[in-house]
Every structure is written in C-alpha cells, then in structure tokens.
Design a protein around this ligand. Structure first.
Ligand SMILES: *[C@@H]1O[C@H](CO)[C@@H](O)[C@H](O)[C@H]1NC(C)=O
Ligand SMILES: *[C@@H]1O[C@H](CO)[C@@H](O)[C@H](O)[C@H]1NC(C)=O
Length: 493
C-alpha cells in the first residue's frame, strides 16, 4: 500500500507529435493537452514546498542595518526588478479604464509565504475574477510589505517583493485572453493602476467573513467561487476590494483539503487562467539556458525529428496554449526531493494523519496514498518513506521509473534531474548513487542550474518548468501538506 513516492506520469505516446505541434496549435480541448495541463497543475501544487511555506521569522534588513550598521556584509544585494514593475504599470496604463470595466482586488493576499502557496492563491483569486467577469487586479509576490527593499532569510538578503511578471506571464498578469471571447477586458491590471482608477472612497469592500457567514465554516472551493459569482453578479460597483485584513478567501484549510478543493478542478483547469498560463520570459530564458545541461539526450538526439524550432523560445510571444508551449521532453525523469527541515514535518504529518495535499489527490493520478489507521509510532514509520526518502529509496524509485518506461511503455528515460534544496554534499552523494546504476546518461540537480542574478530569486519557477516538461515527474504528495499542518494545529484541540 505504501509505495516509495508519489508518481505523476505524463500522457503517453505523444512525444514527437507534441514537440512538433507549436505555434498554430488548435484551440480545441484536446485530451492530451488537458492531461498535460493537469500534470502541470499537479507539479505546481506538488512543488508548493519548493520554498519555505511557513512564514519564517523575518528581520527587515533595514532594521538589521540600523542595529549593526555593517551594510557591507553582503557583497551583492538582490535585484529589485524595477523594469518589470515599470512594465506592469505601462501595460496597465495602456489598458486605460474602458467603459463598463469592473475590477476585483484581493488586498488580503498572502504575505510572507513561499512562492508555491502564493501562486496557488493568486491563480484562484484570478479565477474568481474571471468567473465574475471582472478585471483581476494583480499584485507583487510579497514576502514582506513593510516598505523594505530586502528581507533577511536564512541570513541572506532576498527581495521583499518581486513583481509578478518576473515570474509569470499569461492572463493572471494581464495578457489578453484568446480562448474565451467573453472574458473581461482588460483581463488584468496591476494594483497601483487600480489605486488610480479606484480611489479609496469609490471601493466597495467585501469581507470574506460575510461569505463565511453564508457558507459555513467548511465550504468547498467551488461553492466559494459560486458564492462570489452570485454576490458580485448583483453588484454594480465598478471597484470591489477585499480588504487587507479580511480572512483569506482560499485559506490553507481549503486548498490543502482534497475533500474541499477538488470540485473546483473541472472549471478551473479549463479556464484561460490555466489553459493560457505561461512562465515569464525571464524564467523561460533560464529554462532554455539550462536545457542542454538538464536534457543533453534531447539536445544530441540526431536521429529524431526534434529541431530547434520545435521548442518554443522566449522570443515567441504568440498566443499559445500552455500545453502546446510546454511540450514534453522525451527521456527526462524529474524527481523532487525536498530536504532541509522537512524531516520533522513529515513526522508531524503522520501524527496528524494528514493525506496528500489538494490536487495531488485527483483520482486519476497514480501512486495514491492511503491514510493508515495504525497508532502514532507506526504511522510515523509508514509515512517516512512517502515523505522523506533516503538515497537508497530515491535510487530505487528512479529504477522503477526506468524499468516501467523502458520495458512497459517503450519510452526509455535517459536524463535525470533532481529538484532539491538538499545540502550540496548530500546532493552529490545522491547523484553519485544514481549514476552508479548505469541507467542515466546525465544526472543533474537544482544546484547545477546556471542562472543570472535576476533568475536566482525566481529559480523555483525554473525548476517547476523543468518538472512540468518531464516525461515522468515523481513528486511527493505528502510533503505539500505542510501548510495544512499548521492549519490543523489550530483545529486539533
Ligand atoms: C511592487 O514591487 C515593486 C518592485 O519592488 C515596487 O516598486 C512597488 O512599490 C511594489 N508595489 C506595491 C504595491 O507594494
Ligand atoms: C458574465 O458574462 C456572461 C456573458 O458574457 C454572463 O452570462 C454572466 O452572467 C456574467 N456573470 C456575471 C457574474 O456577471
């Protein structure tokens, strides 16, 4: 019952075909594309823990400097992505404020959370705006909005905010929707432009508390969305804001509970938010830069039909479905092995008997996880191999993927990439053990990626894109419920 890792597998048999299907892809709801889209979301959601999710004790760098006055401790401060912010303002201004446009701004968006959680919340916020026919007001990825430029994290400075367009592209950051002519126009504007169009006095404030009063404490995600649609369809107010101090609309108890989250999937996954999702040019460029490193077999596959043109390039900004843009890289296996402080979290998950997080529990996915009835000590023992694998277990799981793909489906895996935050010596040991099997032409890890200074702080998205395009992605459904854990802690007693 307890297999070593969750295994999310791509759709079969379409490698070459899909690699060649590029810019003029039909907009039909292709089953293959949908499967890929679904896989993308699974990867996104499986990687929620790629960066630390729980708010870490933060120290504003400025206040630190005030205390220590030794600013020269850091040789180079992280970039602030000013050009991206300017671009967002410019694009939003160009959209103006068309007659009849109505706006929806979730000022209560998360702050101080890892990228994965933010991304999940952001896309669901954008989905609510889409469903209510309102222009979505997007916001910075905000680690800290105390006005500081940088925040210390693990004793290193990180940007306090990153403009979203440095990480994402697509409708969530205002790119015109092309799969639904009825979508709101403009589809999105940045928050500062919203402040201009909608001065404070003109904003109708809606508290999520009022919704909760109607829906009860544990509505499903789809019920929440439908309630917003109902409430806002009767609202003529041009400017609607969910105030900063309102309770989150999609709190961790919703997004990390399969029973409550999964019903939103059919509508959400077929909405332009996901179908037209794309990564920023910055992230795509990092991917392109590292492609030959991560998937050398593809680069050297002289007997295949792959051509440089078959891989979308960052310069290509033509409208394209996400599933067509991010085609599968044949022969690539990607494993996600989160380390660091994760061990104790795995034990906590077992103590609380939590299952796979949210979308990882979609019934069509392989490698399901059954919550065991055993006593606590036994649970901790049984969760561990699904949550915090040792090197031997990871090697064995890769071997299983190798055998199943090569002999079961005739699609050999050649290149292996490990997404990990593990310490370098551990990662090197793991890579060595994987190489020793003799089954891999190349073994790389997140630590090997070559990124420039702007890409460094959005590197988790680069890893996500690599995982998204793998032939086989092996994640770990347990680890993503880290946030659910903190929620559960509050409700346990
Ligand atoms: C968003 O981030 C940019 C770049 O750091 C910053 O200039 C801008 O003030 C931020 N916007 C808000 C509303 O915090
Ligand atoms: C959104 O627009 C569609 C038509 O484009 C309409 O059928 C629907 O009722 C609208 N929804 C809301 C919440 O206004």
């Amino acid at each position: 019952m307890f297999r070593s890792l969750m295994w999310v597998q791509g759709p079969s048999g379409h490698d070459e075909e899909s690699l060649l299907r590029t810019r003029n892809a039909p907009l039909t709801k292709h089953a293959d594309q949908m499967a890929r889209l679904q896989r993308f979301m699974i990867i996104v959601l499986t990687l929620l823990s790629s960066v630390t999710i729980l708010p870490i004790i933060e120290t504003s760098l400025q206040s630190l400097w005030a205390k220590t006055s030794t600013p020269s401790t850091f040789s180079q401060m992280p970039p602030l992505y000013g050009a991206y912010h300017d671009h967002e303002l410019e694009v939003s201004r160009q959209n103006g404020d068309p007659q009849g446009a109505k706006y929806l701004y979730f000022a209560n968006h998360a702050r101080g959370f890892g990228w994965g959680y933010n991304m999940q919340e952001l896309l669901l916020h954008a989905y609510v705006a889409y469903r209510t026919n309102r222009t979505f007001v997007w916001y910075n990825y905000t680690w800290n909005d105390d006005g500081s430029k940088w925040t210390l994290y693990n004793n290193q400075p990180i940007p306090s905010r990153i403009p979203l367009s440095a990480i994402l592209d697509g409708p969530a950051v205002g790119a015109s929707v092309f799969t639904d002519a009825g979508a709101a126009q403009p589809v999105g504007i940045v928050e500062e432009h919203f402040y201009n169009i909608c001065p404070e006095s003109t904003r109708k404030k809606i508290l999520n508390e009022d919704m909760i009063a109607t829906l009860g404490r544990e509505p499903t995600a789809d019920t929440i969305v439908n309630e917003w649609v109902k409430v806002l369809s009767g609202a003529n107010d041009k400017c609607v804001e969910v105030p900063r101090d309102a309770l989150p609309v999609f709190d961790i108890r919703t997004t990390f509970s399969p029973a409550r989250l999964l019903d939103v999937w059919p509508g959400y996954s077929t909405s332009p938010l996901l179908r037209e999702f794309r990564w920023s040019p910055l992230v795509e460029l990092a991917f392109e830069t590292n492609l030959a490193l991560v998937a050398p077999s593809l680069a050297s596959a002289s007997t295949s039909n792959h051509t440089p043109q078959s891989l979308p390039t960052p310069a290509d900004s033509s409208p394209m479905l996400s599933a067509s843009r991010y085609t599968q890289i044949p022969g690539l296996l990607v494993l996600h092995a989160r380390r660091g402080d994760f061990q104790k979290h795995c034990e906590n998950l077992a103590r609380l008997s939590l299952g796979f997080n949210g979308f990882n529990s979609l019934p069509e996915l392989p490698d399901r996880f059954e919550i065991t009835e055993a006593d606590e000590a036994e649970r901790v023992k049984r969760y561990r191999p699904r949550c915090f694998q040792n090197i031997a277990e990871i090697v064995a799981r890769a071997e299983r993927a190798h055998v199943e793909e090569t002999y079961g489906r005739g699609r050999a895996l050649r290149d292996l990439h490990v997404m990990t935050n593990g310490p370098t010596p551990w990662v090197e040991e793991l890579k060595g053990a994987l190489r020793e099997t003799g089954h891999w032409s190349s073994v790389t890890s997140s630590r090997d990626l070559v990124v420039n200074v702007e890409q460094r702080y959005v590197k988790q998205a680069v890893d996500m894109l690599i995982g998204q395009r793998a032939q086989v992605f092996v994640g770990n459904g347990v680890r993503v419920i880290r946030l659910a854990l903190s929620a559960a802690c509050h409700t346990v007693d």
